[in-house]
Write a protein that binds this ligand. Structure first.
Ligand code: ADP
Length: 615
């Protein structure tokens, strides 16, 4: 019987093994808890196997003792039948009580261990996901990752507690029963097992189909979470463009698919359960028929038949449960694989071997023959060379899509160059520990993300542990202090999701304060004033001037008036630096920059003239 059970398990055993190996460090920490619970489980199942034995002896040695059916058992334990009856009745209670205690210990111990192990796995998964490179996050949608951190871990936890332990108990029980049955009568034991090859053949196929369906189901659920989170994060656009009907259609399609997959796996599981019941009835009928014949031939005692029938009947429950549990465990294994898939991803932005904590930078930045592409076959930046002195202001201009943001993201090591290298203060940035590199670079982007915490916390995210005075100083520098003080809770105002309760200009100024509190030798500004009205732009520009004073600054801007005073202007097109130099030099060169500059100024001029004419 055990061989057959093993076969049923074949589909999921590699998955379980993989999980045990992967989570071994967390499991090992609780080895005593888990070991102790296992021991309690073993004792509990042994006691379970003992349960029908008092009844057998009551039958054979008390009830039938005066008959001639089983004369050899009369003197069992050397007790008189009445005393024996009392001892056996007492044994029934003792066995049940001991079984309850061991069951309590094993259930509670394993549940505790599972909760602890999986809480640790979840924390690891969360930290791991945060550390994975941006290229990974472009591949995996956030909804999918969220499902893995929440739903998949939760399912693993529930199944480990509610299913895995009883499953193990059931397996041990069945092995024990088979052993005892062979010991009692090998012929009957063989009959009991005859139906199992058939049983195993049918169940393995169904179980593997359930497993495949479960994986598909999880994927569709991930898609649903993606669609929902995408819609919610763009709810304004959805409403403005009246996209809801189209999105509802999409959602309906995914939802129906998920329902359908769920229903199909339920159907299979229910069918499997029914099948097991019928097969079990068949074995029971055969065993009762054969054992009764053996009693008539006096090869078995009626008590032995009792044990047999009792075992077979109690074996129904474990067998039935095993069929169900294998389905659940298969689903949990799919969840486990989804968690492990992510844990197995290595961040591809990594420190060089022997990376060191960066010293405080002077701010010299060099690009040496740097090439990069998000897709290895499509180069976005091509053999760029660049040399920036500490404290210089570098403007990066060019048509959109030319690679400006990509260029600055390489300095932050959001991605690594595919060829060439970037140096800060003469050393490859990969030789610095990633955190120590990023800590010395401040970034202000076009649409700065603020977190749904207080303004004070948002600013201290720039440098954890900054004091209130430092926060205020940074806010003053960023032209933000006054409007913050006008808010009802001042610095303790909790921002809405993504900073929704502030205007664009105010959000930018908080982002500047967050950048300022770092006192970074290198500052990156990626279109920080795009989309602001001119009053806010003025306030933000003032703040930016203060922020960048003395720091090496990379400024991306489509507004060429904003870059006139830069020490170096790079004109980028399709990933090549076509022109570089000061404003004066580029104007004299009369190339693309000069043409674009004139175009922008002329269009400004025209608007002015037209305005005057209209008036
Ligand atoms: P710019 O800042 O000059 O507008 P970007 O650096 O944002 O240009 O983009 C350069 C090119 O790289 C564009 O063709 C853009 O489509 C592509 N690109 C930008 N970000 C990604 C990304 N995360 N994955 C794949 N392609 C990207």
């Amino acid at each position: 019987m055990m061989n057959q059970s093993e076969k049923e398990l074949q589909g999921i055993l590699p998955g379980i093994w993989h999980m045990l190996v992967k989570f071994w460090p967390q499991i090992r920490k609780r080895q005593f808890l888990i070991g102790g619970s296992m021991l309690a489980l073993l004792v509990e199942t042994a006691l379970g196997l003992l349960e029908p034995w008092p009844l057998k002896y009551i039958f054979d040695d008390v009830l039938l003792s005066k008959t001639t059916v089983v004369p050899e058992h009369v003197a069992f334990l050397g007790l008189s039948p009445m005393w024996l009856l009392a001892v056996l009745a007492f044994a029934i209670v003792v066995i049940a009580a001991l079984r309850s205690v061991t069951s309590y210990l094993s259930t509670y111990g394993m549940a505790l261990a599972a909760i602890q192990v999986l809480a640790e796995v979840r924390s690891n998964l969360y930290s791991h996901i945060q550390r994975l490179s941006l290229s990974f996050h472009q591949q995996f949608k956030s909804g999918d990752l969220i499902t893995r951190v929440t739903y998949d871990i939760e399912r693993l936890r529930l199944v480990t507690i509610k299913t895995a332990l009883p499953f193990l108990a059931n397996i041990i029980t069945i092995v024990g029963m088979v052993g005892i049955m062979f010991w009692l009568n090998w012929e009957l034991a063989l009959i009991s097992m005859a139906v199992f090859p058939l049983f195993s053949l049918t169940t393995t196929r169904i179980v593997s189909r359930i497993r495949k369906l479960a994986k598909k189901h999880r994927r569709t659920e991930g898609l649903i979470a993606d669609t929902t989170s995408e819609t919610l994060s763009a709810i304004k656009v959805v409403q403005a463009l009246s996209l809801h009907e189209m999105l509802e259609q999409n959602f309906l399609h995914q939802n129906t698919k998920s329902l359908d997959e769920g229903a199909r796996s339920l159907k299979l599981a229910a069918f499997l359960e029914g099948l097991v019941k019928v097969l079990m009835a068949l074995i029971l009928a055969l065993v009762i028929w054969r054992s009764s014949l053996l009693v008539i031939q006096k090869t078995l005692t009626p008590g032995d038949v009792l044990i047999f029938v009792n075992y077979l009947k109690t074996a129904f429950e474990p067998m039935r449960q095993i069929a169900k549990q294998i389905g659940q465990i298969a689903k949990a294994t799919a969840s486990g694989e989804r968690v492990i898939d992510i844990l197995d991803y290595e961040p591809n932005v990594r420190d060089l071997p022997g990376a060191k904590v960066a010293h405080p930078f002077y701010g010299a930045v060099q690009f040496e023959q740097v090439s990069f592409g998000y897709d290895p076959n499509l180069r976005i930046l091509k053999h760029l060379d660049l040399s920036v002195e500490p404290g210089q202001q570098i403007a990066v201009v060019g048509p959109s899509g030319s690679g400006k943001s990509t260029l600055v993201s390489l300095i932050l090591r959001l991605y690594d160059p595919t060829e060439g290298r970037i140096l800060i203060d003469g050393k490859d940035i990969r030789s610095y520990k990633l955190d120590s590199l990023r800590q010395q670079i401040s970034v202000v982007m076009q649409d700065s993300v603020l977190f749904a915490v207080s303004i004070r916390e948002n600013i201290t995210y720039g440098r954890l542990g900054a004091t209130d005075q430092e926060v205020e100083r940074a806010a003053r520098l960023a032209n933000a202090h006054d409007f913050i003080m006008d808010l009802p809770d001042g610095y303790d105002t909790i921002l809405g999701e993504r900073g929704g309760s502030l205007s664009g200009g105010q959000r930018q100024r908080i982002a500047i304060a967050r950048a300022a509190i770092r006192h970074s030798p290198i500052v990156i500004l990626d279109e920080p004033t795009t989309g602001l009205d001119s009053a806010s732009e003025h306030a933000v520009n003032e703040a930016l001037n203060r922020l960048t004073r003395g720091s090496t600054t990379f400024l991306i801007s489509h507004n060429l008036l904003a870059v006139e005073h830069a020490d170096q202007i790079l004109y980028l097109e399709k990933g090549n630096i076509l022109e570089r130099g000061t404003h004066g030099k580029l104007m004299r060169q009369a190339g693309r920059y000069a043409a674009l500059y004139r175009l922008q100024n002329e269009s400004n001029g025209h608007t002015g003239v037209e305005y005057v004419l209209e008036v």
